[in-house]
Design a protein around this ligand. Structure first.
Ligand code: HEM
Ligand code: SF4
Length: 748
């Protein structure tokens, strides 16, 4: 009999891990036999990083060309009702993004044998394989376990991948190398009994310095920023940050936590989160809501009290004795870059993709991966290059690239040639060309617009102009998410986009909300806010216009966010407002399909209807007015008037609610109490307003806002209300689409 992977790898898999995988395999068997409930199995598979996936289009776009997939696309392959065992996505946790060549080769094998041959780097330093069948997951886990990788807690309500600056250890500006701390934290919390009872995911990030955005520590549930005080190592600790529909900036928990206190405090925070965090309502279950509810002072008091009561654990400090031994060492002596033969494309690549390490004579090289993708063949080539020119140290980056560290300067031309031969020599790392995108409608069930399609188009257009681009524009960042969940981290880019849809007559048109105003420096210290929704097909023009205006109007040395702040968001919006117009279907059909998907755009499984008549209903006008009001709220916020911002945001929500009610009850008055009462009865109690994934969450934003007078809100709460109003209006648009479908006359 042919040996199974279980037989073959028995000696190489740590026994505890092997046992866990056996248990998972049993769960899988029981699920197949219908002996365990889907819900129970779902948490078990999600905890191992096995996601359901959308593959309705039967195709996947890689930014250049569309691949046709082997899987069929039938009625059951899309949306929340997707079957449990359909091919899905496997997320593979790579702590702080650190990989060695052997691990990369195994990942290449898995991509080739079980997936579509593509490895995808995520915005949190994970690897994802798409189109994986659930039956293959135990073999995948075993093959990964044999090279020291676990997918445990890669998803689900658990401590997700612990991220860290990819330059840690070689960075010129860091306080110290955070790698061993990120590694110890990841090991310590993995499977820990105090991290098994969360109501939601928990994300941790490490940054080596306070000023740069590489670690993005301040948008995490727990963020640790390296600091040295009186010659001692420690961390500035942040809690309660997170992106998602309504993003929260993390709050400063402690200015200095000595290194030996890092793990006990992380444990104490986990215990408090596990004990007091929301469990029933997923929408308010992240740590950010708990910190907000308790207040920072009370949260801190509880955590410190918990910390004092913890029985000491040697694992808290064991790793500190091994810091020196664990530090990376170069495999080759440093030698200068000095006349070695080089290809003509070397200089452009060198300018953007080579970072001079703190250690003289060594460089860290970014391998640009368009849209975070590379093939199994490229992965093997990269493993060979890493062996030849580095001590085997690779890091995945939050910008969806790969970093090769400890390259002797003299080897740079040869490494560049090797990368180019493997199709990995593209320049432009960290520039505007290097667009970040979440999986979006290609593979994500929640996607609304094609984030990867847009990112691919932007990348191509910008790359063609890169050589003549002004430095200021070249340094802009662009991040795209397919929906408001912000997996593409659109809040922390100079230009952020997230997918929404809008009705035009009986058609639905893919759009993106345009966000500006983020401040990336200091670990993402301010988030962007939505300006206006623009049809997907006009987003490249948005980028051109905003980049040109910035270039023309910027003061010397002024950043993009500085320019936005100086001229004001109304001015920025005015620059692109005319692009929001959608031409009629008959005039230009291209607006009615998404990037790289020739089918007429839909947001549901409904087929294409017959009627193409142009109908602009009072509801459409009303929702547009509500949207304008939500934007005015944002302007008030920028002008430093949080009370007016909160009031205007509530007015915008009330207007959207009233417009929905009026579509059923034209005589409804403007009285807020009546609007809320009717909205509740007609749209909330009936679940008509419910989002298929998050249920009644967005309606709660309205109910809560009418209860809380604007004058009592803190400025950051007012900011969130503005964000909530935007989401409420998006939900009203979606509800309007569903109503049209139910009436049987729409293209969905
Ligand atoms: C309710 C559903 C979801 C929510 C609320 C959500 C939310 C988020 C957020 C907020 C982030 C990144 C920012 C952060 O770290 O705070 C993120 C990351 C990510 N999400 Fe989602 N997401 C959801 C579902 C999905 C699905 C279905 C997929 C794909 C099939 C997906 C793919 C990703 C990817 C690739 C990342 C990058 C991060 C990583 O490697 O952990 N997400 N998600
Ligand atoms: S942002 Fe939306 S579309 Fe993109 S991966 Fe997240 S949930 Fe999916």
């Amino acid at each position: 009999m042919t040996p199974t992977w279980k037989d073959k790898l028995a000696a190489e898999i740590p026994p505890a891990l092997g046992l866990e995988i056996d248990q998972y395999e049993t769960d899988l068997l029981l699920r197949r036999q219908g002996k365990i409930d889907e819900k129970v199995f779902m948490e078990a598979r999600l905890r191992r990083g096995v996601y359901g996936q959308r593959y309705d289009s039967g195709q996947r776009h890689d930014g250049k060309k569309t691949q046709t997939l082997r899987y069929p696309s039938g009625d059951l392959t899309k949306g929340p009702g997707i079957l449990w065992d359909h091919p899905g996505m496997q997320r593979i946790k790579i702590p702080y993004g650190g990989l060695n060549p052997r691990q990369l080769e195994v990942l290449a094998d898995l991509a080739e044998e079980y997936s579509d041959g593509i490895l995808h780097v995520t915005t949190r330093q994970d690897i994802q394989l798409h189109f994986v069948h659930i039956e293959d997951t135990p073999a995948i886990f075993r093959r990964l376990a044999a090279v020291g990788i676990t997918t445990r807690e890669a998803c689900g309500n658990s401590v997700r991948n612990v991220t860290g600056c990819p330059l840690a250890g070689v960075c010129r500006d860091e306080a110290f190398d955070v790698t061993p701390y990120a590694k110890a934290c990841s090991r310590f919390l993995l499977g820990h009994k105090d991290t098994q009872n969360f109501g939601r995911k928990f994300k941790i990030a490490f940054s080596g310095c306070a000023q740069h955005p590489c670690g993005l520590a301040r948008m995490h549930d727990l963020g640790a920023v390296a600091r040295i005080r009186d010659g001692r190592r420690g961390f500035e600790l942040y809690v309660g940050g997170g992106l998602g529909p309504v993003p929260y900036q993390a709050k400063l928990f402690a200015e200095f936590v000595p290194e030996e206190e890092l793990l006990p405090l992380a444990q104490a925070v986990s215990r408090i989160f596990g004990r007091l965090g929301e469990k029933k309502n997923r929408n308010t279950a992240r740590l950010k809501f708990l910190v907000n509810k308790l207040g920072l002072e009370e949260f801190r008091r509880l955590v410190l009290e918990e910390r004092r009561a913890l029985p000491p654990d040697p694992a808290w400090t064991a790793f500190l004795g091994e810091l020196e031994a664990a530090a990376e060492k170069p495999s080759k002596p440093a030698a200068p870059l000095n006349g070695q033969p080089r290809r003509p494309s070397f200089d452009a690549w060198f300018r953007t993709n080579v970072y001079r390490q703190r250690q003289p004579g060594y460089a860290a090289v970014t391998v640009t991966l368009p849209l975070g993708d590379f093939t199994s063949r490229q992965a093997r080539a990269l493993a060979d290059l890493a062996r030849a020119y580095t001590p085997g140290t690779l890091r995945l980056t939050v910008d969806q690239n790969i970093l090769l560290r400890w390259v002797s300067d003299a080897d740079l031309p040869a490494l560049h040639a090797g990368l180019e031969d493997a199709g990995l020599g593209q320049p432009g790392a960290g520039t505007v060309v290097d667009v970040t995108a979440c999986p979006g409608t290609d593979t994500c069930k929640l996607g609304i617009s094609s984030s990867r399609g847009l990112a691919g188009v932007l990348r191509e257009r910008l790359a063609a102009r890169a050589a003549s681009m002004d430095e200021a524009v070249r340094n802009l960042t662009i991040k795209v998410s397919g929906c408001f969940n912000s997996c593409g981290q659109h809040h922390v880019a100079d230009l952020g986009f997230y997918g929404v849809s809008r009705k035009k007559g009986n058609y639905t048109v893919p759009h993106f909300q345009v966000l500006v105003g983020a401040r990336r420096q200091e670990n993402a210290s301010a988030y962007g806010l939505a300006l206006i929704a623009i049809p997907s097909k006009r987003i490249p023009e948005v980028v051109d216009r905003l980049a040109e205006a910035y270039l023309r109007q910027r003061a010397a040395g002024e950043s993009f966010s500085g320019w936005v702040q100086r001229i004001g968001k109304s001015q920025v919006r005015a620059l692109i407002e005319d692009l929001a117009e959608v031409p009629p279907y008959e005039a230009d059909r291209s607006f009615y399909s998404d990037w790289h998907d020739p089918r007429t755009y839909t947001v549901s499984d409904m087929g294409v209807g017959e009627c193409a008549g142009e109908v602009v209903t009072p509801l459409d006008f009303g929702l547009a007015a509500a949207e304008r009001e939500a934007f005015e709220a944002q302007v008030a916020l920028d002008k430093g008037d949080p009370v007016r911002a909160a009031e205007t945001a509530l007015r915008a929500m009330l207007r959207a609610a009233r417009e929905l009610v009026a579509s059923q009850l034209p005589e409804v008055s403007e009285d807020p109490a009546e609007v809320v009462r009717e909205f509740r009865a007609r749209f909330y109690d009936t679940k008509l307003f419910f989002d298929p994934f998050v249920g009644g969450k967005f309606a709660q934003h309205l109910f809560q806002a009418v209860e809380e007078p604007a004058g009592t809100l803190a400025p950051d709460a007012a900011r969130r209300r503005v964000e909530e109003a935007q989401l409420f209006i998006e939900a009203a648009h979606a509800c309007r689409t569903r109503m049209a479908q139910a009436a049987g006359k729409g293209h969905a």
